[in-house]
Design a protein around this ligand. Structure first.
Ligand SMILES: [Zn+2]
Length: 156
């Protein structure tokens, strides 16, 4: 994983982040109230958005990353090269990255398409970002700090 600035990314990747941030606004998380947007970029330059949708029991929640990959696949655009995911407070020092459920989904999908997928994690606004890859041996995944959880409350 690498922490960098959006300005160091390609124009395609900057557009990908824009689309992920716009998709975040369409998220439907009535339980957590934590909106996540994602977007995938294919080898041919097509971009597909995704957003999280929760069910009341949280057991059938669709994560933004899965939503974006599914949208690309359904449109016949499997050849995904990069995925951007966005959410969280721009004041946080920890960037949102896929949860382990999504890492498994994304990594399994790379086995279908035969190439790695670059992962870009960004806040809902701001210029910082985290860069990872499905080839990372130990991926940076969604933790409590990224969503701003106050764990002291639960430690007592
Ligand atoms: Zn997830």
């Amino acid at each position: 994983m690498e922490i960098t600035n959006i300005h160091n990314l390609s124009e395609y990747e900057k557009k990908l982040i824009e689309v992920a941030r716009a998709a975040r606004k369409n998220a439907v998380p009535p339980v957590s109230n934590y909106q996540v947007g994602a977007a995938v970029l294919t080898a041919s330059g097509k971009i597909f958005p995704g957003a999280n949708i929760e069910d009341a029991g949280l057991n059938s929640t669709v994560h933004a990353e899965v939503s974006a990959i599914s949208a690309a696949n359904a449109a016949g655009s499997k050849n995904i090269r990069t995925l951007a995911v966005c959410g969280g407070d721009s004041g946080s020092e920890v960037f949102l990255m896929p949860c382990l459920h999504c890492w498994q989904f994304i990594c399994n999908f790379t086995e279908v398409i035969g190439n790695e997928i670059k992962i870009i994690g960004v806040h809902s606004e701001g210029d910082g970002c985290s860069i990872g890859s499905t080839n990372d041996g130990s991926p940076d995944f969604l933790g409590w700090r990224a969503i701003g959880a106050d764990l002291d409350r639960w430690r007592k």
